[in-house]
Design a protein around this ligand. Sequence first.
Ligand code: COA
Length: 149
Amino acid sequence: MLEVRKIEPEMTYNIRHVILRPHQTIEDCKYDTDYGDNAFHVGAFYQKKLISIASFCVEKHPDFPIEVQYRLRAMATLKEFRKLGAGRTVVNYAERLIGERGLNFLWCKGRTSVQEYYSKLGFEVHGEVFDYPPIGPHIIMCKKLDSIQ
Ligand SMILES: CC(C)(COP(=O)(O)OP(=O)(O)OC[C@H]1O[C@@H](n2cnc3c(N)ncnc32)[C@H](O)[C@@H]1OP(=O)(O)O)[C@@H](O)C(=O)NCCC(=O)NCCS
């Protein structure tokens, strides 16, 4: 059974480092958006161990006309816990929180290596693949959410 809940930004740094930025420093794993207004972080726990994370900040992508948008950042699940639904659980939990805030738009710069994962979660591709140094090819993906309010 997975437990999913909001977590503090500092709790994301280790998984960010191990999974997303192994060749960078832990300092590189701290984002300026982590403490932004209305930013939040979500974690999934298996037997009290944090296994999956994602972070959400208010950030407008200029291509989309929606006034207040959330951006998904630093989505990662530990290798040995993948394909068990943890990532989906984290994103679904965040989508509900965003919906409860009366907002309904989420986007991310997704790695092309996991584009299919985002598609399965209902995200759609926007635009062309671009390089995002030092990590590699990315593509913008976005999702219209159901507003709860
Ligand atoms: C992408 C990632 C977060 C997925 O996490 P996860 O916990 O394994 O995802 P889930 O188990 O919730 O998967 C949800 C669905 O997507 C599918 N899926 C998961 N990873 C996938 C992948 N790499 N490619 C295609 N489909 C994938 C699952 O099979 C599942 O499909 P289903 O609904 O048909 O069963 C994880 O693979 C990861 O951390 N990758 C490395 C870091 C990374 O690239 N992060 C994204 C940065 S933009």
